[in-house]
Ligand binder design. Structure first.
Ligand code: PEP
Length: 257
């Protein structure tokens, strides 16, 4: 048996139209059984504009899948044109919110300090942050990947209290594996996820380190998830491309079995 309940989260990114978002949520809800959802938590992370519809489906049909957002503002309200706050996401019934996805770091110049502020904003509204960390190809080639992930973790957890830290989800996503079809080996995933857990014990204590779920992300598919899930410090997956295909995503939620 596993020490932690695995989590599989589907990051839809900026994909699907409104009807497709509803159809995908319904297909997942029809296909995933109680047994599946006893074994693993499953969450979808739609674009902001589809959160309301997903909420209506989940509430109306008492679905056991969860949902969340791909980003949030560091502020709670005010003159921040185009931003969406944790207050708003909490009102929409979100459980999770991504913080520091590599695409935000790359295309929106999010640095560690900003990502840390987003983690704080999530906690202010009882949202569970899914903190994304991971190195690019150059850092990997220079063997700096463990230090890189640990430094991003340290920065984002600055000011996060022990009680809060217990509930965080960390996703190790090597940038070179995101959307490229190039998946990290199970050993690669374990190396960094294991180092993240060791660091959590140093920053907090063994209880926190033992409670936090650490996901792997990067070209996860139905036929490569089993090896990744077999690693002791990998507690699930953050899935991009394959989360748009209900058959593939359900396979991943079942760990390829
Ligand atoms: C992601 O965006 O978090 C991700 C892991 O994408 P993909 O599965 O497409 O590599």
């Amino acid at each position: 048996s596993r020490a932690r309940k695995p989590l599989v989260a589907g990051n839809w990114k900026m994909n699907l139209n409104h009807l497709e978002a509803i159809a995908l949520t319904q297909k997942l809800a029809f296909t995933l059984t109680d047994k599946d959802l006893d074994r693993a938590e499953v969450a979808v992370l739609p674009p902001f504009v589809d959160l309301r519809s997903v909420q209506t489906l989940v509430d109306g049909d008492k679905l056991r899948i969860e949902y969340g957002a791909q980003d949030l503002s560091t502020h709670d309200a005010g003159a921040y044109t185009g931003e969406v706050s944790g207050v708003m996401l909490a009102k929409l019934g979100c459980t999770f919110v991504l913080a520091g996805h590599s695409e935000r770091r790359q295309h929106h110049a999010e640095d560690d300090q900003l990502v840390g502020a987003k983690v704080q904003a999530a906690y202010r509204h009882s949202l569970t942050p899914i903190l994304c960390v991971g190195e690019g190809l150059e850092v990997r080639r220079a063997e700096g990947h463990v230090a890189h992930a640990v430094a991003q973790l340290d920065a984002a957890l600055n000011g996060v209290k022990t009680e809060q830290a217990k509930s965080i989800v960390v996703a190790y996503e090597p940038v070179w594996a995101i959307g490229t079809g190039e998946v990290a080996t199970p050993d690669d995933a374990q190396e960094v996820c294991g180092a993240i857990r060791v660091r959590l014990a140093e920053l907090y204590d063994e209880e926190v380190a033992g409670a936090v779920r650490i996901l792997y992300g990067g070209s996860v598919k139905g036929d490569n998830i089993a090896g990744i899930m077999a690693q002791p410090d990998v507690d699930g997956a953050l899935v991009g491309g394959a989360s748009l295909d209900p058959v593939e995503f359900v396979k991943i939620c079942r760990f390829g079995e």
